[in-house]
Design a protein around this ligand. Sequence first.
Ligand SMILES: C[S@@+](CC[C@H](N)C(=O)[O-])C[C@H]1O[C@@H](n2cnc3c(N)ncnc32)[C@H](O)[C@@H]1O
Length: 354
Amino acid sequence: MTINPNKALWEKGDFTRIAESMRESGEALVTTLGITDGLDVLDLGCGDGTTALPAARLGANVLGVDIASNLVEAGNARARSLGLSNCSFHEGDASDLSELEDDSFDLVVSIFGAMFAPRPFDVAKEVVRVTRPGGRIVMGNWIPNDPTLVAQILKISSSYSPPPPDGFVSPMTWGVEDNVIERFAGAGVPEEKISFERDTYTFNFPGAPSELVAAFRTYYGPTMNTFEAAAANGREADLQAELDDLFNSQNASPSEDATSIPATFLRITVAVCARHNGNATAQRLDHTRRSTSTGRALSPPPHSITLPIHPCGANSRSTSATVRAPAGRAGGRGFESRRARSLHICSAADRTGA
Ligand SMILES: C[S@@+](CC[C@H](N)C(=O)[O-])C[C@H]1O[C@@H](n2cnc3c(N)ncnc32)[C@H](O)[C@@H]1O
C-alpha cells in the first residue's frame, strides 16, 4: 500500500478544529467576491467549507474539491446540516482536475488550498482551464518571511524539521508575486490580468493562545509532524516554548482567555478571458480522459475513471490504488468513484506545509 504524502498530511489530525478559528474571516472574504445567485463556483482545497458554505448561502452553486477525504466528509455534513443542496464536496487534487471539463466555473476560489498541491504550474493551468472566459480566479496564499503568524509558524517549524528533498517546491512560493505571474503565464495568462493585494485573515479562538497552540499540536497535520520531528531530537519542549511565545506575542485580544491573531496573506485575482482559456485548452489536447464534448461540465463523469491524484516531481514512484469519492452531485456535477492510477511518494515533501 503506497501512501500519498500530500493527502496523508491533510488527513492527519483534524483540520476542522483549526478551521473553526478561521470561519469569521472566511465569511468576510466571501462577501467581497461578488457572489450572485446561480454563479458556478469551484472552491479548491476547500477543507470543510470555510469559504464554500458562505458562498453557497449567497446563492452560488458550489463544488468544493479537496484532497483529504475526512475534510470532504466534514464539508458534506456541514452542508447537510445547513440544508444547502447547492453545495457539495468531493475528493480531488488541485494539480489534476481532469474530472472537470473546460470552462465550467464563473469563479474559482482557493484560500490557502491549492497552494499546498504539488506541481504549481499544473495547478495554474488547471484553474485557468476550468474557468469560463470572463470568469475569475481568486487565490489566498500565505507569504514567505512575513512577520505575521503563519509564516512565522513555518519559520519555527523549519528549524525543527529535516530539510526537504531535492526538487521540493515550497507551498509558500505561491505567496511570491513573481512566481504567481510565472505560473499563470505558463497557463497563458498575461501579467496585466493578475492583480495582487495584501489582505488579513484573523484566527479567533475561544481560549488562551497556548490553548490554540495545543490545538495546532493535536489537530493540525503539519504541526503534528513538526512535533514528531522535534520529539525525535528531544526538542519538543523547545518547539512548544517557541510557538507559545509566538502566539502570545501576536495575540491582539484584550482578554487573557481569548485569542485573536491577524495574519497577512497575498490575495490574487486573475481575470480569465477567452484567449487565456484557448491557450490552456490547447495545452490539454493530449489529455487522455478529456471529453470530446464542447458542452458544460455538468454531466456526471463515468462511474469509474482514472485519476492520478498525486503527481509530484520529487522522489516519486508509482503504484495502483482505488480511492472512493462520495456519491452525489454538486450543482449538477457528479463524482462517483475513481481509480487512482498513479500515487506518488514524495517523502517529507509536504511536511513544511504551513
Ligand atoms: C490550510 S487548509 C485550508 C482549507 C480551506 N480552504 C479553509 O480555508 O479552511 C489547506 C487545504 O488544502 C487541501 N489540500 C492540500 N493539498 C491539496 C491538493 N493537492 N488538492 C486539493 N486540496 C489540497 C487540504 O486538504 C486542506 O483542506
